[in-house]
Write a protein of this length. Structure first.
Length: 166
């Protein structure tokens, strides 16, 4: 399923969804958390990105594993080390994006007023404060692993093509 799209390796195509949607989730969730006045207008974007970004990260991880099995299973040396370094960021990225998505969804739910109140948080300020802190921390972690995964993948590709000084 994750091997080819229209005869091309799927991973280079699918990975672009992850490297666009993950930073978007980081930015929108961060804005939702840190700028309360944008919450009403940004909630829908947080919810959509919280669903789409982990799905894109999972698809990128699975397509990368398929690509490695199909074309790079026996690669050794410098290229093998670069592929292994790139691969080592897949699980941390997926887990951090999934955690960010869960924390963001919980924060949206917690900050949406309940039926009895139109102005207060659903569970009170302490819960909102904890969820906000968790969301910010996970946004930083997800952003870091997205950068590292993308950078290591680009370095592996460009070095293998002889187009990089790395």
């Amino acid at each position: 399923m994750f091997e080819q799209i229209l005869g091309l390796p799927a991973h280079p195509l699918i990975v672009h969804f992850a490297v666009v949607l993950t930073p978007l989730l980081v930015l929108v969730a961060g804005a939702y958390t840190l700028v309360p006045r944008v919450r009403a207008s940004a909630a829908w974007a947080v919810v959509l990105l919280a669903v789409a970004a982990p799905a894109a990260a999972l698809a990128a991880k699975e397509s990368g594993e398929s690509l490695k099995r199909a074309r790079f299973a026996d690669v050794e040396g410098a290229l093998g080390a670069r592929v292994a370094a790139h691969e080592s960021f897949a699980n941390p990225l997926l887990l951090s994006v999934a955690g960010l998505a869960a924390a963001s969804l919980a924060l949206v739910y917690a900050t949406t007023p309940g039926r009895r109140s139109v102005t207060s948080d659903r569970f009170g300020r302490p819960v909102t404060f904890v969820l906000s802190g968790l969301t910010v921390v996970l946004a930083v972690v997800a952003g870091y692993f997205c950068f590292r995964a993308g950078d290591s993948g680009a370095r592996a590709v460009w070095a293998a093509a002889g187009l990089s000084g790395v």
